[in-house]
Write a new protein. Structure first.
Ligand code: 5AD
Ligand code: SF4
Length: 411
């Protein structure tokens, strides 16, 4: 979502600015920030300092989630920064640029009907926001405090935009939101009752759109209707990012995730019935109160689901979150050691998964010369660099490692 926000900002400014790769020559330097963990926040100030040294004449703006929650504090700590623009106020970039020392961090701001300029980088695929904000209260997560409450973008606007993209040759669309399968819960305008499954069906009716992806769904809202649509709609790519966070029901409760280990495993069992489906996930280790037994529950889910990819992190206490004040914080060293064990075991699983890919035939959209993504989200290389660009071809896998597959085009 941050990448998409950056692209929106770039597009909004495209009539006045062009991109440069050299900060020394820039008139304007924008940093788009994350605040999900503490590290990127520290990086912001070191990066700002280094860039200001390189180019003291540039105008500086700080955007994104750290902008949302630190607000004017950023200008206090780095007085050369000209403006601060929060993650829920992206469409106000010009206002920020033209107002001296602007701090625009309005969490109630509604940009769900704002139509951004075209941002597409790849001719064959694009990403499109379907909602803003997040209504969940996961006790470790700062996002609801930086992106505000959840509002869905009206369906006709989404469909209209995708139709336009399809007419320009886009074949693959990724629907973006913090909780995509909660789509339709709340609109800021009057709107017929719809849910995410309805949206998926509408998108799949658009001629020219051959592949639909989405990220991220919430396991709590993965009801049978949604999973049936996922399994049976041939345009929906068979990859699901399904954030587990922890395998311990006790911890999931403390995290306020709203589901149990059993629910998560049951949903995955249903999903695994789809041939060649991929399941990827996010895992946090060292959440307050995590015992060795709780961690073993996470390892157990890893063994049972055998995720095709995991994004795993040591818990990072964040301001404005419930968990930061929990008394039973886990020792950092213990958490790091658990993360190491988790990632080591997962690397072995990935080797086993890679071995099983040899001989499979996957549908691959060739996005760049000689390379593309399979329906189930593996990166696949083919020998031809000058052929098949923009086509969906069948590739027979002949070689595989943890990160990349390669093979021959068979159709
Ligand atoms: N500490 C560590 N990881 C976190 N995430 C969110 N908040 C935190 C935190 N405080 C992770 C979750 C989420 C992903 C985007 O970032 O796993 O799914
Ligand atoms: Fe954060 Fe939970 Fe919302 Fe995801 S669902 S953005 S983890 S609060």
């Amino acid at each position: 979502m941050n990448v998409k926000d950056s692209e929106h900002i770039i597009a909004e400014l495209s009539d006045e600015y062009e991109i440069t790769q050299n900060p020394e020559n820039a008139d304007l330097i924008l940093l788009n920030t994350c605040s999900v963990r503490e590290k990127p926040v520290q990086k912001l100030f070191s990066e700002l300092g280094a860039l200001n040294k390189k180019n003291p004449n540039a105008k500086f703006g700080v955007c994104g989630c750290t902008a949302s929650h630190m607000g004017k504090e950023i200008i206090k700590r780095a007085p050369f920064v000209s403006f601060v623009l929060g993650a829920r106020n992206v469409s106000r970039i010009k206002e920020a640029l033209n107002t001296p020392k602007a701090v625009i961090t309005d969490l109630d701001y509604d940009e769900t009907t704002y139509v951004f300029k075209n941002t597409r980088k790849n001719p064959y695929k694009d990403f499109i926001n379907i909602m803003v904000g997040c209504d969940k209260k996961c006790s470790y997560c700062i996002v609801p405090k930086t992106r505000g409450k959840e509002l869905s973008i009206p369906m006709d606007l989404i469909i209209g935009q995708i139709e336009k993209l399809a007419a320009e040759g886009v074949k693959e669309i990724t629907l973006l939101g913090q909780n995509v399968n909660n789509y339709g819960k709340r609109f800021s305008v009057s709107h017929p009752k719809v849910d995410f499954t309805d949206l998926l069906r509408e998108v799949s009716k658009i001629d020219g759109i051959e592949r639909i992806r989405f990220t991220s769904p919430h396991p709590l809202h993965a009801d049978d209707r949604f999973l049936e649509e996922f399994a049976n709609n041939p345009k929906i790519c068979k990859h699901i990012h399904f954030p587990l966070q922890s395998g311990s029901t006790k911890l999931l409760k403390a995290m306020r995730r709203g589901y149990s280990k059993e629910w998560f495993l049951n949903r995955c069992e249903i999903i695994r019935q789809i041939p060649d489906v991929s399941i990827t996930t996010d895992i946090i280790v060292g959440f307050p109160g995590e015992s060795e037994e709780d961690f073993e529950e996470t390892m157990d889910v890893l063994e049972k689901v055998r995720f095709e990819q995991i994004f795993s992190f040591v818990y990072s206490p964040r301001p404005l979150t419930e968990a930061a004040d929990m008394p039973n914080q886990v020792d950092k060293q213990v958490a790091k050691e658990r993360l190491y064990r988790l990632q080591k075991r997962h690397a072995e699983i990935l080797d086993e998964i890679a071995k099983n890919q040899i001989g499979k035939i996957y549908k691959v959209l060739i996005e760049e010369p000689g390379m593309g993504k399979s329906d189930n989200f593996f990166t696949v290389k083919i020998p031809q660099k000058d052929k098949y660009l923009g086509e969906i071809v069948d590739v027979k896998i002949t070689n595989a490692n943890k990160h990349t597959l390669s093979g021959e085009v068979v159709k």
